[in-house]
Design a protein around this ligand. Structure first.
Ligand code: GLN
Length: 482
């Protein structure tokens, strides 16, 4: 069985029509993982028992001839920032290296309720802080298209497993771009829905006002089907929205004639690689050919997005990560002579350099003398960035930009320069600050054969338009390839 070619639909149909069984699918994926993940490093933990149990459940349904749920038999992977009951959950950090979660995240629970089979937990930057997966407390992930390059981050493992055929689909988390940027680097599709669209219950918090749950897949349809099963109000997350969930799949393939697409000039300036620009421009031409109206726009506060993001994100992180003290969760240093020393030693040994840098930055920004100058100011600029989008969406239905300024870079290329690394998310952090949906879909390759992604941004809760536009780009790319 060629696991590379399976989609959500084809996997489910194969089980439904008895061409295979869910158990045989799981066998095939674990074989593939054994053969290939040694070189890529995308999985941190496999949960075979849980996977085979779920497969047996799906096979029993199929045997009885019962209607199969929408993700029946679909093997998926979960970024290791989601809690999974009875399965090791590390958030990519040594401080949680031995942590077994006591409950399932809502997203995981809903995907399994829809029949999906969780194969394992994927590697990521520690506490989702990073753009390359090199901040994992365990080992980096390599890009399946070129093992000398990064898969992007922080959900690099979840993007890589889909690109490498080691899962049909997966979920990641996106605080500043961590679904969209790795999707672009690995040549897969990823969507960060509107803030509140999917419950964050059981997502290990990095920056709570910016954290989003979303899927990766090979196709736009696959992410639409995954999102469908996760979206909707959850009483366990008070920030989850009580907004009806549309039928995302039904919107795909609908005409885009007259849809107004904004192209913000600030996203096409200095620092944008020429080949990325050419691929994104070509995709915009395809949208025009399909009947979209292309409208030049301006999002004037864009230059302040990265500094604003790094003040807000580090401030929230410094508070969220205070709980890792060696008492409540995970690893404890045994050589402390007092309680305070035990805390210090645990955090010193358990947390990595980037996480420590952010805790210090965030603590500083929130400290009494600097709160107004940094945190409060950042919150004000955040409102201006959100207002830019509100104004733009008065005139357009969606906005397109490059997902990232370059294709995947080499391992080690930016590790000594945190500021250069932070710029990898220059086009993605704005959607998190504003809470609007954003998606990356492949729009070509550069001369070295590395994937390039186009980002599509939409109005709050208007995922249907975002998916519809992405679907047009996907079709144009498929037509060009044939
Ligand atoms: N790369 C960004 C950061 O390091 C975004 C991470 C994310 O979206 N989780 O914070």
């Amino acid at each position: 069985m060629n696991t590379d070619l399976l989609t959500v639909d084809s996997a489910r149909t194969a089980v439904l029509e008895k061409q295979t069984t869910a158990t045989a699918l799981v066998d095939a994926f674990y074989q593939k993982i054994e053969a290939e993940d040694g070189a890529i490093g995308a999985y941190l933990t496999l949960c075979r028992e849980r996977a085979y149990q779920q497969a047996a459940y799906v096979d029993a349904l199929a045997d009885k001839g019962d209607a199969l749920p929408p993700l029946a038999g679909v093997p998926i992977a979960i970024k290791d920032v989601y809690t999974t009951k009875g399965v090791r959950t590390t958030a990519g950090s040594k401080i949680l290296a031995n942590f077994i979660a006591p409950y399932d995240a809502t997203a995981v629970q809903r995907l399994e309720a829809a029949g999906a089979i969780v194969l394992g937990k994927t590697n990521c930057d520690e506490f989702a802080m990073g753009s390359s997966n090199e901040n994992s407390g365990f080992h980096p992930v390599r890009n399946p298209h070129d093992h000398s390059r990064v898969p992007g981050g922080s959900s690099g493992g979840s993007a890589a497993v889909v690109a490498a055929g080691m899962a049909v689909a997966s979920i990641g988390s996106d605080t500043g771009g961590s679904i969209r940027q790795p999707a672009a680097f690995c040549g897969v599709v990823g969507i960060k829905p509107t803030y509140g669209r999917v419950s964050r219950y059981g997502l290990i918090a990095f920056a709570s006002s910016l954290d989003h749950v979303g899927p990766f897949g090979k196709t736009v349809k696959d992410v639409a089907l995954m999102l469908q099963c996760m979206a909707g109000r959850d009483p366990l997350d008070s920030t989850s929205a009580d907004v009806p969930v549309p039928d995302y799949h039904a919107h795909l393939g609908q005409p885009v004639t007259g849809v107004k697409i904004g192209v913000p000039k600030e996203y096409f300036g200095e620092g944008l690689d020429a080949e990325v620009r050419a691929a994104v421009d070509a995709a915009i031409q395809e949208l025009a050919k399909a009947g979209c109206e292309i409208v030049p726009i301006s999002l004037p506060h864009t230059p302040y997005a990265i500094p604003t993001y790094y003040v807000v994100a580090t401030a929230e992180a410094s508070s969220n990560l205070a709980r890792y003290d060696g008492v409540r969760y995970g690893v404890r240093a045994s050589d402390g002579k007092s309680l305070a020393e035990m805390y210090r030693r645990t955090r010193d040994a358990g947390l990595g350099t980037e996480v420590k840098r952010r805790i210090m930055l965030g603590t500083y920004a929130l400290s009494a003398g600097y709160y107004d100058a940094y945190y409060l100011k950042a919150q004000r600029v955040r409102s201006l960035l959100a207002r830019d989008f509100d104004n733009a969406f008065g005139a357009v239905d969606a906005i397109v930009t490059p997902t990232a300024p370059t294709a995947a870079f080499k391992l080690g290329e930016k590790t000594d320069d945190p500021l250069a690394m932070y710029l990898a998310d220059i086009y993605t952090v704005t959607a998190n600050l504003a809470g609007i949906p954003g998606m990356s879909v492949p729009c070509g390759k550069n001369k070295e054969g590395l994937p390039i992604g186009i980002q599509i941004l939409g109005k709050s809760f208007d995922e249907p338009t975002v998916l519809r536009v992405a679907h047009v780009v996907e079709h144009a790319m498929a037509a060009a390839a044939n």
